[in-house]
Design a protein around this ligand. Structure first.
Ligand code: NAD
Length: 492
């Protein structure tokens, strides 16, 4: 089903990279090579930018009527539905995630295109109140050529979060997926063409992030960089984008808290918190990797949480019963393990996990057991730095004020969760948490239409929502004088 070799997708065609160089992409659950992938260099970026620029300037896409754009976005969604099993399989093979995670993410990617089809149909400028004899309206114009750089944890969903709003707004796109996970981005490009997106509107290139990423960021032919990835990479992008004053949106890392109040339904909070950290093998930007539990239920919560963590089935992502799949790479497995060792040096107790699983099925590929750590302070590095793996720290608090202070003690501010049966308290705490997303009695938050993005060093800009559409547009203000007597401001 997968191709042996994925070339670059530029101007509606598969093209060889100029250097002819390629790299290999693998299955993290087995270590097996899946395909070769063309390695773009700077000259290939130039080729893609030229294609996207011509497609934009000639209005091939931006001058499509709103209803035609919406039809094409819906068509992309319907082809994705027809190819659902293929997309799910490709995503599992390339990421090692389990079946429910892959199915859920492909479903959401489809729904993103449907959501933005609706947005394309209904979004426009507005008229503003004006003094007598003046009339003002605004136009929402596409920002132009967009460089979109995405990570490996949700490859297709991140591609949809970026491409769908850009297309709805009338932009053209150069999408750069992470080198670990390029396959579904290429499938999406193919689907876009099949659905009627004109050549040059959606281009996909692959290659070294540290080489072509900065080149895209500094490129004069690109108007906007939409980036999802690590906070440090985001900082590099922000500084490099300043040379051309590019529009930038940054969706970055997190160290998100769950606050568990004593009046919660403990069983629900345990189940919800398990999913909140171990979903996608903990490789989620919004993973709630710090759990704060009210003192009076701390022991009970922790015991039940550890017991259930031990019951999670780690293993072959294609097995129906698997809860936790592989981690993305050998180097990432080591990063996770190093963090667990650091936690122990910091005085932490590893209550379960803390190593690779044992057994024949784990002989190859990259794995880490779901890991629960207690006895660390909120100031420790394990409680402050993003591990991006199946590792959670559990701490206790004594009252509401302390819970909020502990939750907010972080350079990040992406997601958060509050577990309580007291709705007044839940909403009071939600208002005081410094994060872009608060979940109340829910482990999930990302639905098409709900703004997704961070405060503080988790970045800025929003994905998945109406706000996102705005971030792919410029607002043009048109002011007309409509009085009968012409203005003569200098009185000459
Ligand atoms: P990463 O920053 O290493 O890479 C992300 C992308 O940037 C890749 O395509 C990479 O090739 C490219 N890149 C690397 N160096 C670059 C540079 N100097 N300039 C431009 N591009 C460059 O991140 P990752 O390891 O792929 O992903 C994990 C990170 O992504 C985590 O920190 C996670 O929290 C974050 N993330 C955030 C969100 C969100 O919505 N906030 C969602 C998913 C993942």
């Amino acid at each position: 089903m997968l191709k042996d070799y994925y070339k670059l997708y530029i101007n509606g065609e598969w093209v060889e990279s100029e250097s002819g160089e390629f790299f290999e992409t693998s299955n993290p659950a087995t270590g097996e090579v899946l395909s070769k992938v063309a390695k773009a260099s700077k000259s290939d970026v130039d080729t893609a930018v030229t294609a996207a620029r011509i497609a934009f300037e000639t209005g091939k896409w931006s001058r499509f009527s709103h209803s035609k754009r919406a039809q094409v976005l819906n068509k992309i969604a319907s082809i994705m539905r027809e190819r659902f099993d293929e997309l799910v399989k490709a995503e599992i093979l390339n990421t090692g995630k389990n079946i429910p995670a892959a199915r859920g993410q492909v479903t959401q990617a489809i729904e993103d295109f449907e959501f933005y089809a609706g947005v394309a149909l209904t979004s426009g400028g507005r008229t503003n109140p004006m003094p007598n004899n003046f009339f003002n309206y605004t136009l929402k114009e596409p920002v132009g050529v967009c460089g979109q750089i995405i990570p490996w944890n949700y490859p297709l969903m991140m591609a949809a979060w970026k491409v769908a709003p850009a297309l709805a707004a009338g932009c053209t796109v150069i999408l750069k997926p992470a080198s670990y996970t390029p396959i579904t981005a290429y499938l999406l490009a193919e689907i876009c063409t099949e659905a009627g997106v004109p050549a040059g509107v959606v281009n996909v290139i692959t290659g070294s992030g540290s080489e072509i990423g900065p080149y895209m960021t500094e490129h004069e032919g690109i108007n906007k960089i939409a980036f999802t990835g690590e906070t440090e990479t985001g900082k590099d992008i922000m500084s490099k984008a300043s040379g051309t004053l590019k529009r930038v949106t940054l969706e970055l890392g997190g160290k998100s808290p769950s606050i568990i109040f004593a009046d919660t339904e403990i069983e629900d909070a345990v189940n919800g918190s398990l999913y909140s950290i171990f979903y996608n093998t903990g490789q989620s930007c919004e993973a709630r990797s710090r759990i704060f539990v009210e003192e009076s239920i701390y022991e009970e919560f922790l015991n039940r949480f550890v017991e259930k963590t031990k019951q999670l089935k780690v293993g072959d992502p294609f097995n129906k019963g698997t809860h936790v799949g592989a981690v993305i790479s050998s180097s990432h497995e080591k990063v996770i393990d190093d963090y667990v060792k650091l936690a122990v040096e910091e005085g932490g107790t590893v209550l379960c996990g803390g190593s690779r699983p044992e057994g024949k099925e784990f002989a190859n590929g990259y794995w880490y057991l779901p890991t629960v750590i207690s006895d660390v302070t909120n100031e420790s590095r394990i409680a402050q730095e993003e591990v991006f793996g199946p590792v959670v720290v559990v701490m206790k608090f004594t009252n509401e004020r302390e819970a909020i202070e502990m939750a907010n003690h972080s350079i990040y501010g992406l997601a958060s969760a509050v577990w309580t049966t007291n709705h007044a308290k839940a909403n009071r705490v939600a208002a005081k948490i410094n994060a872009g997303i608060v979940m109340i009695n829910s482990p999930i938050s990302a639905f098409p239409g709900t703004p997704f993005g961070g405060y503080k060093q988790s970045g800025f800009g929003r994905e998945l929502s109406l706000e996102t559409f705005d971030l792919y547009t410029e607002t043009k203000s048109v002011v007309s004088y409509v009085g009968e007597k012409q203005l003569n401001m200098f009185g000459l």
